[in-house]
Design a protein around this ligand. Structure first.
Ligand code: FES
Length: 166
């Protein structure tokens, strides 16, 4: 049975009970709590649903445009569904010098994704980022919050196959 608190959007249902449970911890806590709320919502739904922007703003006493501004500013947040594993390949200067192009093409060939894409089974999202701050380990990629360095194409393919198996 469909909950009255579910809203159909773009063919997907949003269970607002889960959102309310997150927001109940942050009532009127203001802007300082915004990143924490967004992180929880992103983990819960795999994205920041459009329908959550206004309730988040109401809870924190903010304008919806302020919430939207933060969501669209930080790459860790996304309005569209993200894969279970987010692969971020560094294309900063040091990684570039150390062969980031080969790392990126290995990721593209292995996952069949181009930058910014998510696989249809929602297993992987692939992004590139500028320096992630671990240049000594270049070239680097980050999968979810795990930093993986001193990469070369075979190492990347092996790592991705581990994640593919789940
Ligand atoms: S340039 Fe890649 S970690 Fe700094």
């Amino acid at each position: 049975m469909t909950s009255s608190l579910e809203i159909a959007t773009a063919g997907q249902k949003i269970d607002l009970n889960r959102l309310e449970s997150i927001l109940s911890k942050y009532y009127k806590r203001g802007r300082d709590a915004l990143i924490s709320v967004l992180q929880e919502v992103q983990v819960e739904y795999g994205r920041i649903p459009q329908e959550s922007i206004e309730p988040i703003a109401d809870t924190l006493n903010l304008f919806p445009s302020e919430v939207y501004g933060v969501v669209t500013f930080y790459p860790q947040f996304s309005l569209t569904p993200q894969g279970k594993c987010t692969i971020q390949a560094c294309r900063g200067t040091t990684c570039h010098v150390k062969g980031a192009d080969k790392i990126i093409s290995t990721i593209e060939n292995t996952t069949k994704l181009k930058e910014g894409e998510t696989s249809s089974d929602l297993k992987f999202t692939f992004k590139t980022v500028t320096c992630v701050g671990t240049c000594a380990l270049a070239p680097v990629m980050v999968i979810n919050n795990k930093f993986l360095g001193k990469l070369y194409p075979k190492k990347v393919a092996d790592i991705l196959s581990q994640y593919e198996k789940g």
